[in-house]
Design a binder for this molecule. Structure first.
Ligand SMILES: Nc1ncnc2c1ncn2[C@@H]1O[C@H](COP(=O)(O)OP(=O)(O)OP(=O)(O)O)[C@@H](O)[C@H]1O
Ligand SMILES: [Mg+2]
Length: 421
């Protein structure tokens, strides 16, 4: 689709791990530079307690890793639809609602979009996963309503939503020259979303695409869940997860699960957890492992560890093994992770994603051979085992890799122009 005048509205892809903003204008790529020259803005916010400042994007983890005291928050989108959303948390000495914190991030995202575009936007199409919450329509609707309220609070007057995989389809549609039946597989940080859709340059001109969409499906599993499972299987045991207590019981798991889950890491730093762990220390058969855990909590290194695990996971998409450098837990501590270990830890996740896709294909009622193309997007579609699992279900389909981090934002820009002109 060519454009002669800049669109009135922008598209906003608020992602679990990365956010982007797209705006259609003549002769330029739709994605706007949100952090220096980068088009992705990591969905991270850091409340720096030493300097009393707030940083978003790459700058946040940067300050945290430099050793500034403060509160780092990632996977903010996972809060939408969770019961944490109702709660409050202490940030820079003040009690704040999670709603306020999310609004602060989206406001900054809007601000950066407008600085990059050198204009303001009153209308936007936001992406949304097929399900914010699995198997709970009311909670899912509430998550969208909450995001809509947040978008209004940041100054967007008109807000509408499009499914993220459909947005990715509109990005791919700009690249093809004949009709194709396409499965979009968008595997992001928080969700895996699929759309089966008929695409062609001619159909791209239509406003109403309902006839072209054969099925949508999704599940609340994404890259952050892969981080969690890898951490629980291979890293948390170094800190005492699954170790024995003297009374013949196993160490309680909750602290380790919180530590392995991006959006609950901060809960490990509460006084109550500290007191409980001190008591368990008296009973542990693995004091060395618990010493590492105590060091991590004292030094607030939970996010640092999760970043090491995530980096290792990404390295395992390309190689067979990788070494974790865990000096922050104990001097010269090294730990090797292998692709096989990662795949074992991920089996159930991959199966659940496979089942979701199977249900969708059955619901659509098309012959599997009729699907011409599988279009992969989203960072976690880089996991080889997952990609193979999806491709194996559609052996006749051509595999196409989209812009793993930019397809949704680009597609939302196309949709914004269609809806708002
Ligand atoms: N090469 C890679 N191999 C495996 N995983 C990767 C790779 N590169 C990035 N990832 C993972 O991809 C995820 C981020 O992907 P992406 O930016 O598409 O998600 P998102 O759009 O923020 O999330 P969502 O759409 O689910 O809300 C992270 O979990 C990251 O670790
Ligand atoms: Mg995404």
């Amino acid at each position: 689709m060519s454009v002669e005048t800049p669109a009135r509205a922008c598209g906003i892809d608020f992602g679990t791990s990365n956010s982007t903003a797209g705006w259609l204008r003549p002769g330029q790529s739709p994605l706007l530079a949100l952090e220096d020259d980068k088009v992705t803005l990591p969905s991270v916010i850091f409340f720096n307690a030493d300097e009393n400042t707030v940083s978003v994007g790459r700058a946040g983890p940067g300050e945290y890793l430099e050793g500034y005291e403060g509160r780092l928050m990632r996977a903010l989108k996972s809060l939408l639809g969770s019961n944490l959303m109702e709660g409050k948390t202490e940030v820079q000495g003040r009690s704040r609602t999670y709603m306020e914190l999310l609004t602060q991030f989206i406001a900054e995202l809007k601000n950066r979009t407008e600085v990059a575009a050198d204009r303001s936007f009153e209308q936007a199409v936001f992406g949304r996963p097929v399900f914010f919450v699995d198997d709970d329509t009311a909670a899912d609707r509430k998550a969208e309503t909450t995001l809509e309220a947040i978008a209004h609070a940041t100054g967007f007057r008109e807000v509408s939503f499009q499914y993220e995989p459909i947005a990715a389809a509109y990005h791919y549609e700009r690249q093809i020259d004949r009709e194709e039946l396409v499965l979009i597989a968008d595997i992001g940080g928080g969700t895996s979303d699929f759309s089966l859709i008929r695409l062609s340059p001619q159909r791209a001109q239509l406003v109403d695409r309902r006839d072209d969409l054969l099925a949508n499906g999704g599940v609340h599993i994404g890259g952050t869940n892969f981080d969690q499972q890898l951490s629980l299987a291979s890293v948390m045991p170094l800190l005492g997860y699954r170790s024995q207590l003297k009374r013949g019981l196993e160490m309680p798991a909750s602290c380790y699960i919180n530590l392995a889950t991006w959006h609950t890491i901060n809960q490990v730093y509460t006084r109550r957890t500290w007191a409980e762990l001190q008591e368990l220390y008296l009973d542990t058969q693995s004091p060395e492992a618990m010493d590492r855990l105590f060091k991590l909590i004292r030094e607030r290194s939970g996010h640092w560890l999760a970043m090491q695990v995530e980096e290792a996971k990404i390295a395992l998409s390309a190689g067979d093994s990788t070494i974790l450098h865990l000096d922050r837990l104990a001097p010269d501590l090294r730990h090797t992770l292998t692709r096989i270990e990662f795949e074992q830890a991920s089996t159930q996740l991959v199966e659940k994603i496979g089942t979701t896709l199977n249900v969708l294909l059955k619901k659509a009622g098309v012959r599997y051979e009729a699907v011409d193309t599988v279009f992969f997007t989203g960072g976690a579609s880089g996991v080889p085992m997952l990609r193979e699992r999806i491709s194996a279900m559609l052996p006749h389909a051509r595999r196409v890799e989209g812009d793993l981090f930019g397809s949704i934002g680009t597609g939302l820009a196309v949709e914004a122009q269609r809806r708002f002109g």
